[in-house]
Design a binder for this molecule. Structure first.
Ligand code: FAD
Length: 420
């Protein structure tokens, strides 16, 4: 029986493989299935109306106006039809019946599937303070968010408060400074990048932003947003200070978009749980990308979710392979990047559970690497304008964690590859 014939009977429409989510993971899953010779029907369902596009530029080149939408599309528009991949845009999945192998969409359609890949990503965590529904409060997750911010800037917004000192908040800050906006960053913790980076990197970025005129309020919570006639006019902090502004950008983390999967019975408390083949606990349902909690081999098998293009892309390949019958466990080295001003940060590995750091180079030169170690073994690299360290650091991690002489590691005259 061909795969097409095995497609389920139920549902007004069906496809052999249905993929939910048109972001990095969903798009790559469809591409990988075709690349690996999958001949059955593939349907890519997205609640956004835009065809699949890259998300990272939304807080970088797209927001800055340096790249048009056409340049951030994952593939040209015609690609999907050419490859026989049906794009079903503009309606989200609201329910799954795992026994009948069907999905219900927000436009009431029912879609049947033989295999389902859930690549729903995440929604931005919303501010929960009074005034949070004023106009000109922006989240940065999808194209509509970025477009709304661009419109506000075009309409003259020039004083911004950025809530959240993570990568997205800081990237948006760099773009806003480039557009001559006054920016104050508010971060609840006493330093920047608290979830993802060590203090060396955090202090460096704080100094770089301060040098360019950015103001900070660290260790402070937002108490409320104030304004008039529905429009934002300021952000009031826990200590009573009000920062006047005409726009607010919020980057305070994400919430995995998995409600229909969990309601259908899939296991998961932080997103949805998957095994090494990206299978959820529900038959024939896989999950990938930002929403998929997995035991990561580069974090001592800690169960976590990664929020990166690498992870979405590589998990998509793992799920596609598994559907094609090639069982290869997920084992991809995590990497990530962030661009702020002319600073290119590239990270490799995961710093989960590090107990020491070594600095290679001097942050004052704006070229340096932070090496994270656990029990004397490098487990992650944060490289600022240090392409060679990044490439060689990746190789080191891919080989497996080995003990390294700390003095040699700190010596920039010695290339990392010499230590492998
Ligand atoms: P997404 O790309 O978020 O795609 C999920 C899609 O599913 C969305 O289109 C969503 O609307 C849709 N969806 C959700 N629920 C449903 C439903 N019920 N029905 C139908 N559709 C649904 N990563 C990096 O590695 N480097 C970077 O520099 C970087 N910068 C970033 C900057 C920004 C502004 C953002 C937002 C993210 C950035 N990331 C970066 C993270 C990276 O973009 C994500 O990790 C990646 O997009 C995750 O891919 P995904 O497929 O899991 O989810």
């Amino acid at each position: 029986m061909s795969e097409r014939e095995q497609s389920p009977r139920a549902g007004s429409t069906s496809a052999d493989v249905v993929i939910v989510g048109t972001g990095h993971g969903g798009a790559q899953a469809a591409i990988a299935l075709r690349q690996r010779g999958h001949e059955g029907s593939i349907m890519l369902i997205g609640r956004e109306t835009a065809p699949p596009y890259e998300r990272p530029p939304l807080s970088k080149e797209y927001l800055a106006g340096d790249k048009s939408f056409d340049r951030i599309m994952i593939r040209p528009k015609s690609f999907w039809a050419d490859k026989g991949i049906e794009l079903r845009l503009g309606a989200g999945v609201i329910a799954i019946d795992p026994r009948a192998h069907t999905l219900t969409l927000s436009d009431d359609a029912t879609i049947g599937y033989r295999k389902l890949i859930w690549a729903g990503g995440a929604d931005p965590r919303r501010l929960g303070v009074p005034g949070a529904s004023f106009k000109r409060i922006f989240y940065v997750r999808d194209k509509r968010d970025a477009d709304a911010m661009i419109r506000a800037l075009e309409a003259g917004a020039r004083r911004a408060v950025v809530i959240g000192g993570g990568y997205i908040g800081l990237e948006a800050t760099a773009v806003l400074r480039g557009l001559d906006c006054e920016v104050t960053v508010v971060e609840m913790q006493d330093r920047l990048l608290p979830r993802v980076a060590g203090r060396d990197l955090a202090s460096f970025y704080e100094a770089q932003h301060r040098e360019r005129g950015v103001d900070f309020r660290l260790g402070t919570e937002v108490a409320q947003i104030v304004g008039e006639d529905g429009a934002v006019g300021g952000v009031t902090l826990g200590d009573g200070e009000t920062l006047p502004c005409d726009m607010v950008v919020v980057g305070i983390g994400i919430v995995p978009a998995v409600a229909p999967l969990i309601a259908a019975g899939a296991a998961g408390s932080n997103g949805v749980d998957v095994d090494v083949y990206c299978r959820t606990t529900l038959d024939d349902i896989y999950a990938i990308g930002d929403c998929a909690a997995h035991a990561n081999p580069f974090a001592d098998s800690a169960v976590l979710r990664l929020e990166s293009v690498q992870n979405a892309h590589d998990m998509a390949n793992t799920a596609a392979r598994a559907i094609m019958g090639e069982k290869e466990p997920y084992h991809a080295l995590p990497w990530f990047w962030s661009n702020q001003y002319d600073l290119k940060l590239q990270t490799a590995g995961l710093n989960v559970g590090y107990d020491a750091t070594v600095l290679r180079g001097d942050p004052a030169d704006r070229r340096f690497t932070v090496v994270y170690l656990r029990e004397g073994r490098p487990i992650a690299f944060d490289c600022v304008n240090m392409m060679k360290d990044y490439v060689q650091g990746r190789k080191m991690l891919e080989k497996g964690p080995e003990r390294v002489d700390i003095e040699l590691l700190a010596d920039t005259d010695i290339q990392l590859k010499e230590l492998i």
